[in-house]
Design a protein around this ligand. Sequence first.
Ligand SMILES: [Zn+2]
Length: 447
Amino acid sequence: MRALLFSLVLIFGGVSQSTAVTRENCLPAQEVTRILSELNFDGANRWSTDEVCNPEKLTYKTIQALIFIKNLELSEGSNSQLYPNLLGKNPWKFFTSRINEIKFPKNCQAGVLAYVNLLEKNTAHICQQLVNSEVSSFAATLLHEARHADGFSHVMCTHGDLAGTIGGCDLKLEEAGSYGLEIEWGLKLAKSDKVGKIVRDQSRSSSVYLMLNRINEYPLEIQEGLALQALNGEITFFDGQNQSLITAAVSPESVLSDRLGTPVFFDARANTFLGYYFSTELLSAPGLFANYLTSSLAPSEKEALLDINYEKLLFLFKDKIIYMNDAGQFIEARHGINQPLLFSMIRSLPPLKAGVYVTAEDGSIYRLPDNLNDLAKKQPEFVSKPQNPLTKIIQGVHKSNYALSRDGSLTTLSDRWGYAPVPVDALHGQSFKNITPTLWSPLLEGL
Ligand SMILES: [Zn+2]
């Protein structure tokens, strides 16, 4: 099964635009005939031309993705450490040797994009929600389902954006389950000269996302740690003991955040929102939330942006917060905090309650209401003003709680946070602008 939470669909999905049904939009007749001769489509005998000429139809998108798979020759790819190498050169052969029938069920569970029923394992069920996927990620989902035909299923996620979700993850990359296969597909596309740069970049970032969020046992020596943003713009990785350079390609003015396991950077002057996906070139961060930042905010708002919280989909400004509600709408609310600096996410650090906090220039800490719609009628709750002012708290990295002090130094915190920060000796003398949790391994740079 390939499922996405609602909010993730919003983050990843594009905005569907209404497209007129014209003859030019029809999929090539010869290609469609070939696909229909190799796979059985439930209900195809009742199809009108609309099914293959209207890009908003699920049938159209499915056949388009199948044509994409069929015509794509991949490079062989010998780096078996990075992926299982099941697709070989010919992903179509992989698909058709496992799937011979496509059905379009009317009643899919909420959030399910596609599934294979193990009693009927050569049939792929494609759900309406998949209609918004780009062709290469639609194809990725088809191949993911084909791997289920080999008997692979999923387990509960132990970390990542679906932590605790039953049937959301694979155990490890080496078992080469459905997500392992999708990672192989994405990494091969990322290196393919048969597709454009946009598809290559999206495939790379999506494979990295899957590797960090859909595989329980981190592959390739991936470790949890902190991304540290130095005043000169350099981003380093700190694992609790050692510091390694991640990238020096980030403008010092950029706002640092973390998106689903990787650091992202918003540069107001260049109007770019880039992510680090283990290559020397930073790539555009995908999704609606990222698009909003670069396309919908006024230039003066971009300049005034202080911090981004991807987990709760929040933007922090001097005088307001913009957040994305459950319906995917962006809402503005005044926060009334004097000179805010950065967000902190607190999960279980006594005496603080779980929630999203904002620190201010004078060290005051405020807690945002659990339901951000309440910001319209009530101000954030003032919590405390510690003697040693902190600007950001990061919890639970290598069982330590880290904080950025007002003077820019990194400290660890005991449970009685804020009263006795202990400087991190390994980083003595260094000052940072922001810190964020991240996942990294030097081996990933070879992706
Ligand atoms: Zn699956």
